[in-house]
Design a binder for this molecule. Structure first.
Ligand SMILES: Cc1cc2nc3c(=O)[nH]c(=O)nc-3n(C[C@H](O)[C@H](O)[C@H](O)COP(=O)(O)OP(=O)(O)OC[C@H]3O[C@@H](n4cnc5c(N)ncnc54)[C@H](O)[C@@H]3O)c2cc1C
Length: 364
């Protein structure tokens, strides 16, 4: 969580260029630790003040600034405060006086990461086949699914195992038993069960989400990421959406910063608050579609045996054979229009254009 006071904005192009320089373009997934490191480097380079180890207690809007108070009593004041504090957002609780807890989705995840060498050392032809595919592999079954994909240019692999939640209510994570994890997928593809057998921890992660919030912005305070649109991870879009929120905020606040004529004569706070409202308008509808898409994906992955499951397996088979999704595919990622509208949309161009329209309206 950060308080921005006409702060500098992360330069997306620089970050992207560095990712490409470091890791090349032939892979799709970056480990979050590396991504965090890149963002941290970029923020440091831009001169952002970073204060680690701060636990925010509350936020208060005062006539001349918005003040964030930490548990240790320190305060930080800014013209704008962004609450990027995740699913259990204290900022949401404090600013909105919203004490509703996130709701349980009924699913939980186990996660495991392997080095490529660890998997090759298994000397298992079936597992080698999966490594050679260097693509996202998904196994689906009633109420459960598994996703396996390369990270960091294929030097690491991630295995995410999803199953019905059996953690006690109000628990966020828990150490599960290896036996239970293995038994959950007993009888599935033997290549998968042999990989699961290699895992030596079974951390369980309860998957929760929230009803769509009425608003993410309250005057000079805005929420971002899981704090305002937590999602099931079934489209792999949660962190992506948080980054997109940051990008749009960056474009809008950056453009305002470059337009001093809009913030003169005591109108700076009003302009900032209007830009935050514009941020919500640009992002909320898009993230709502994305969150709903993840729920649809859950239905698709977890179908019980029957007619729909036969239909699903049919379209997956058709794709495997022809390399093209059937016309009007009902699966989100098989629907080119859906994919294009979520992943092919140029947020930077759109946010810039919307900023210009807002400015014209203000000047009129
Ligand atoms: C199993 C699983 C797999 C996933 N896979 C993917 C994927 O492949 N792709 C993808 O895009 N997304 C994925 N996600 C989703 C992704 O992890 C989240 O959407 C993303 O981390 C949200 O980022 P955030 O910054 O909004 O919140 P968080 O990552 O939760 O960060 C919030 C930060 O705020 C801090 N914080 C909390 N309270 C306070 C406080 N009071 N004071 C100060 N700081 C505070 C926390 O310590 C934390 O550092 C996955 C999620 C799960 C559970």
């Amino acid at each position: 969580m950060r308080a921005y006071n006409s702060g500098r904005i992360l330069a997306r192009k620089d970050v992207c260029r560095r990712i490409v320089d470091l890791y090349g373009t032939e892979w799709m997934v970056i480990h979050r630790a590396r991504y965090h490191a890149l963002l941290l480097d970029e923020a440091t380079r831009l001169g952002v003040d970073i204060h680690p180890g701060c636990e925010v207690q509350d936020v208060e809007v005062r006539p001349d600034s918005t003040v964030v108070r930490l548990h240790d009593g320190r305060t930080f004041a800014g013209h704008v405060v962004i609450g990027a504090d995740g699913l259990w957002s204290q900022m949401r609780r404090s600013a909105w006086q919203d004490h509703t807890e996130p709701s349980e989705t009924g699913d939980l995840a186990y996660r495991g990461t392997f080095s490529a060498d660890q998997l090759k050392d298994m000397r298992d032809e079936g597992v080698d086949e999966l490594l050679e595919a260097s693509d996202v592999q998904v196994w689906m079954g009633p109420g459960k699914h598994v996703v396996f994909y390369p990270l960091n240019g294929g030097t690491q692999y991630n295995l995410v195992l999803l199953r019905p939640d059996n953690l006690p209510p109000n628990t966020r994570t828990g150490v599960g038993s290896l036996d239970e994890m293995r038994q959950t997928f007993e009888g599935w593809d033997p290549r998968l069960t042999r990989m699961i057998a290699q895992l030596d921890t079974a951390l369980k992660w309860k998957l929760c989400h929230c009803e769509e919030l009425e608003t993410w912005v309250k005057g000079s305070i805005a929420l971002l990421g899981d704090a305002c649109h937590p999602t099931l991870p079934y489209q792999a879009q949660g962190a992506a959406m948080a980054v997109e929120d940051g990008l749009v905020l960056g474009v809008l606040l950056g453009r305002l910063q470059q337009s001093p004529e809009l913030t003169q004569d005591g109108t700076k706070q009003q302009a900032l608050n209007q830009v935050l409202a514009l941020y919500e308008r640009l992002r909320k509808a898009r993230t709502t579609i994305n969150v709903q898409g993840a729920l649809n994906m859950r239905d698709f992955f977890h179908l019980g045996d029957g007619e729909e499951q036969v239909w699903r397996d049919g379209i997956m088979r058709e794709y495997n054979e022809s390399g093209a999704w059937p016309e009007g595919c009902r699966w989100n990622w098989g629907d080119v229009g859906y994919e294009r509208s979520l992943l092919g949309f140029d947020l930077v161009v759109d946010a810039g254009g919307q900023f210009d329209r807002w400015r014209e309206g203000r000047e009129a």
